[in-house]
Design a protein around this ligand. Structure first.
Ligand SMILES: Nc1ncnc2c1ncn2[C@@H]1O[C@H](COP(=O)(O)OP(=O)(O)O[C@H]2O[C@H](CO)[C@@H](O)[C@H](O)[C@H]2O)[C@@H](O)[C@H]1O
Length: 479
């Protein structure tokens, strides 16, 4: 089976968040099941620099206003198609924002172009490869099924995966004439969204099937509380919606072989973690005492509940805990955390920025990872935590609820507990979970049992890849 995946970021070529991890790991997991997935992504400067040998497989004189080419290459086992369109992608900044962090004003055109190219590949513009099915990720690729629907390709199955409904790609109606679509695409059956153009809305309306990244989130987004205005549409499409929990790349995230950590270890040699713990404490200038180190690796945003961390930081220190935070994002939250760190030197350490190797050391050295998200479609850092014996303390929402087994009395005695969950999602809820975590931490046998059980959890792609493969097959059987 030939599948085209379309995504705006793919690890290890470029990553700003969890989407990249998933877009980079799923093709490899599917390869073992006889599926050939090629991934179309934009040629940002960071991507172009990393490419080895490329072959030009298609050219466009005018792709929504710019000349463009599609380059084919293999990169660390991934079959990549790069959309090389310098007018759209060759500029300083990140994938979506300029160097000052502001969204590019032409993001609608940049990602409509990506989607347009995806639809052209589905039409057969590559010399010897045409996909049987197209799988688009998030709003940046969501126009792919829209273009396919309105340009005569509706017979090819399409899937849109929602990694985060909060990001919808909504733009003024004035862009519509430049999208190269027939007028009927700007109706409630297509792109029209409260008078605007909604890229994700259009994808959700036109794709054959919708997936999101956990069963709980699939239920949640059908409610006004989590639906972000799209709950009506999500409900209407409920028969075509499924929640499939993400896996992680267990080769990249493997404490037995990880080259980013100070000492490798396995479930049977958890004592070796102490070396990583010490390296972590040094990196964050934390005192070396017996109190637990809680870490946070996250975008620093309201979604991720980082304000709850700031609110709880003093209390954690009072209880004898330490806090190591790696992340960047909202300036107010960065400021609040930096202020907490300067109040508690040696007890709270903050690194502002994005640092992939350091994120590995944190999972390998911290005792627990805090994830107090207000909503969390799946969450990956709790899965890394499980794999690394870094006990996850999570809000009971979305994929966090689906992947962590709360250490309540029953789960502890049945030896199935892998972490701590809390609700309501506020500072009191978090403190309550932390109180339970401190107690367990002070009973080394109990803590080790939770760590060990977590390390036994299946966080690989095996299960999910099988579900995706079944979904692809069932869609193809409808052709
Ligand atoms: N400062 C930093 N330095 C280094 N690494 C950092 C970092 N900040 C974050 N990361 C890394 O970025 C990734 C973030 O993953 P999350 O699951 O939290 O996803 P995110 O909210 O980006 O994505 C969305 O998509 C994913 C994938 O489907 C869903 O799991 C999630 O719920 C949804 O919100 C992790 O690999 C994490 O280690």
């Amino acid at each position: 089976m030939k599948i085209l995946s379309v995504a705006s970021e793919v690890f290890p070529l470029i990553k700003t968040g969890g989407l990249a991890d998933v877009a980079g790991a799923l093709p490899i997991a599917l390869a073992g099941r006889g599926m050939q997935m090629r991934t179309l992504m934009p040629g940002y400067p960071a991507v172009m620099q990393r490419l080895g040998t490329v072959e030009v497989v298609a050219t466009f004189d005018d792709l929504l206003g710019e000349p463009a080419r599609i380059l084919a290459t293999m990169h660390e086992g991934l079959d990549i198609l790069v959309l090389d369109a310098p007018g759209f992608y060759d500029r300083p900044g990140g994938p979506y924002t300029d160097a000052t962090g502001k969204d590019f004003v032409d993001n609608w055109r940049r990602f409509a172009a990506l989607s347009f190219a995806g639809a052209e590949i589905a039409r057969g513009v590559l010399p010897d490869w045409q996909p049987d099915l197209v799988h688009a990720h998030d709003w940046q690729a969501a126009m792919t099924p829209v273009y396919m629907r309105y340009t005569g390709l509706q017979h090819i199955p399409t899937i849109i995966t929602v990694h985060n409904l909060a990001f919808q790609g909504q733009f003024g109606a004035d862009i519509f004439p430049d999208l190269g679509l027939p007028p009927e695409a700007f109706t409630v059956e297509g792109l029209e969204y409260y008078g605007d153009v909604g890229f994700l809305k259009g994808g959700l309306r036109t794709a054959w099937s919708i997936t999101t990244v956990s069963p709980t989130y699939a239920h949640e987004i059908a409610t006004p509380e989590y639906g972000m205005g799209l709950e009506g549409l999500i409900n209407a499409r409920a028969p075509d919606l499924v929640g499939l929990v993400n896996g992680i790349d267990t080769a990249v995230w493997n404490p037995e072989t990880d080259t980013h950590i100070a000492r490798t270890y396995a479930a049977g040699s958890l004592k070796q973690r102490a070396v990583n713990r010490q390296a972590l404490a040094e990196r964050f200038s934390l005192v070396q005492d017996a109190g637990p180190i809680f870490c946070v690796v996250s975008r620093l945003t309201w979604q991720k509940g980082i304000d709850l961390i700031a609110e709880t930081a003093d209390w954690i220190v009072e209880q004898g805990g330490k806090l190591a935070v790696l992340g960047s994002g909202d300036q107010g939250l960065e400021g609040a955390l930096l202020a907490a760190a300067s109040r508690h030197r040696g007890r709270i350490g903050i690194v502002i920025g994005y640092n992939e190797p350091l994120s590995h050391l944190m999972q390998a050295g911290a005792d627990a990872i805090l994830i107090p998200s207000r909503f969390e479609p799946c969450g990956l850092t709790q899965l890394y935590g499980l794999r690394y014996g870094c006990v996850p303390i999570v809000a009971r929402t979305g994929g966090l609820a689906d992947t962590v087994i709360d250490a309540n009395e029953a789960a502890l005695s049945a030896r199935v507990a892998t972490g701590f969950q809390f609700t309501p999602i506020n500072a009191e809820g978090l403190q309550h979970a932390l109180r339970r975590a401190f107690k367990a931490y002070n009973e080394p046998k109990v803590w080790a049992r939770i760590q060990n059980q977590g390390m036994k959890s299946d966080v690989s792609w095996e299960n999910s890849a099988a579900h995706y493969a079944d979904l692809y097959s069932s869609l193809l059987s409808r052709v």
